[in-house]
Design a protein around this ligand. Structure first.
Ligand SMILES: [Zn+2]
Length: 290
């Protein structure tokens, strides 16, 4: 999991493993990449820390993940400059400390994301240091910044740093996409909504694969639309095209093409992966029932 974090696969696997086993360090620095990449990474980790799934976290579908992704989880805190270019002052960190001393409201973790952490002034960093020196077991602090070099050495030495890049890690995404797309559409035709959710689950680990699958779904749907006619097919999946044609109306096929395009666009815009996945699943189910 966590391949979408824009870190190398080994690091992604290490973060995922640490979260699954409850051994994630209490302070992380996510440095590098662009602002959006850092936000997405912090969001993904925060979501995983509050997720109540007994399986792979974040599941994206449990009530806690939903709250986290909607920005309404009571134990996720965002600390950031009041305006761009202004410092994060010591008062903000004192407020953080007050919240950190309390038990979480809704689970067993409180997660504090300090965005633009390099904007903490020295006083603020020293106040944070006190918290990092004696962390409460339920507290996790995520610091995002362009470079950890802009933080005090004392902070850096008490946090685990991960370097992000602007590129999402990917290797075999395109190779696997056509097969996954085919299975997805077969499941849509023949399975329940739960089956569909299960079929989509592997994509929650891999933004690049999901995007490629959405692109691979469209020619299959298009071939279904023209199946039985004289128009040449775009794929070699005649059986899938016929199955789709038998099970779905022309309008349903067109709606599915639109839904796939909308979700691919959302991923391009760097929308939250799990949200897009959940949305795609519900759109597909709605279309099937329409
Ligand atoms: Zn969850």
């Amino acid at each position: 999991m966590f391949e979408q974090l824009a870190v190398d696969r080994k690091t992604a696997a290490a973060i995922g493993e640490a979260i699954q086993s409850g051994r994630l360090p209490h302070a992380l620095i996510l440095e590098g990449g662009d602002e959006e990449t850092r936000l997405a990474a912090a969001q993904e980790i925060a979501c995983a820390l509050v997720c109540e799934s007994s399986g792979v976290k974040p599941c994206g579908v449990c009530p806690k993940c939903r709250k986290a992704n909607a920005g309404s989880h009571p134990d996720l805190y965002l600390i950031e400059p009041e305006k761009d270019g202004t410092f994060i002052k010591v008062d903000a960190i004192r407020t953080l400390k007050t919240h950190a001393m309390l038990r979480p409201n809704d689970g067993d973790k409180s997660v504090f994301h300090i965005r633009e952490a390099q904007m903490m002034n020295v006083q603020a960093q020293n106040a944070l240091l006190k918290i990092l020196e004696e962390p409460a077991p339920h507290v996790c602090i995520l610091l995002t910044c362009p470079s950890k070099a802009s933080l005090l050495e004392t902070i850096r030495s008490r946090a685990t740093a991960f370097a992000l890049s602007n590129e999402t890690a990917t290797d075999s995404a395109d190779e696997n996409a056509p097969q996954t797309a085919k299975e997805l559409l077969q499941t849509l035709c023949e399975g329940s909504e739960l089956d569909l959710l299960t079929a989509l689950a592997p994509l929650q680990k891999d933004r690049a694969l999901f995007r490629s699958v959405l692109f691979a779904v469209r020619p299959l749907l298009r071939d279904a639309l023209v199946a039985g006619g004289n128009t040449p097919a775009l794929t070699e999946e005649a059986d899938t095209a016929l199955l789709l044609r038998r099970r779905l109306t022309q309008k349903q096929l067109l709606d599915l093409m639109d839904a796939s395009q909308d979700c691919a666009d959302a991923l391009e815009r760097n929308a939250n992966l799990n949200l897009v996945l959940t949305y795609y699943c519900s759109r597909c189910s709605e279309i099937k029932l329409s």
